[in-house]
Write a protein that binds this ligand. Structure first.
Ligand code: THU
Length: 161
């Protein structure tokens, strides 16, 4: 038996002001996107924005449905929009922000498993890591260098043989 330790590096900033202007601009784009969340069922609002390699910023918010399994996450809305508007352009970084209306909105929430996998696919497609910035309305900000940091034992096209 062997044990393998997988180390994940997360940068933690006390406030968004500690980040670069490029990062804070992207956080602000995600916060603006959050206002377009359609989430009457969960009340959980998510906004997401991507900075593409060509400098474009594309955003998305979660869109819910009375048939609950049809709810679409903010990150998937945003990534689908990237593919539709800028096919063939890689993404440099993504900002994600949430507000549950219940828990304090001052702590970062990490994307769900499906969103992590969807971001990973974008990385694989363009062979380019995507920085992921996570934050609430205020307070600490988490940053990782790749979706792989959120999916240590990830599954990808390479596993299909
Ligand atoms: N949601 C997202 O938009 N992104 C995530 O990564 C996690 C969950 C949305 C889906 C649903 O509308 C609400 O948050 C509650 O799960």
């Amino acid at each position: 038996m062997q044990e393998k330790e997988i180390t994940v590096r997360i940068q933690i900033y006390e406030t968004a002001q500690e980040l670069s202007q490029v990062d804070t601009d992207l956080i602000n784009a995600a916060r603006e996107a959050l206002t377009k969340s359609y989430s009457p069922y969960s009340g959980f609002k998510v906004g997401s924005a991507a900075l593409l390699q060509n400098g474009a910023v594309v955003s998305g918010a979660n869109q819910e449905n009375a048939a609950y399994p049809m709810c679409v996450c903010a990150e998937v809305v945003m990534l689908s929009s990237c593919s539709a508007q800028y096919p063939g352009i890689a993404i440099n970084k993504i900002a994600i922000t949430t507000n549950s209306g219940k828990l304090p909105a001052s702590s970062p929430k990490a994307p769900c498993g499906q969103c992590r996998q969807t971001i990973l696919e974008y990385e694989k497609r363009f062979n380019s890591n995507i920085e992921i910035i996570m934050c609430g309305e205020n307070g600490q900000v988490y940053k990782v260098g790749s979706a792989k940091d959120l999916l240590p034992l990830y599954f990808s096209g390479a596993d299909l043989g």
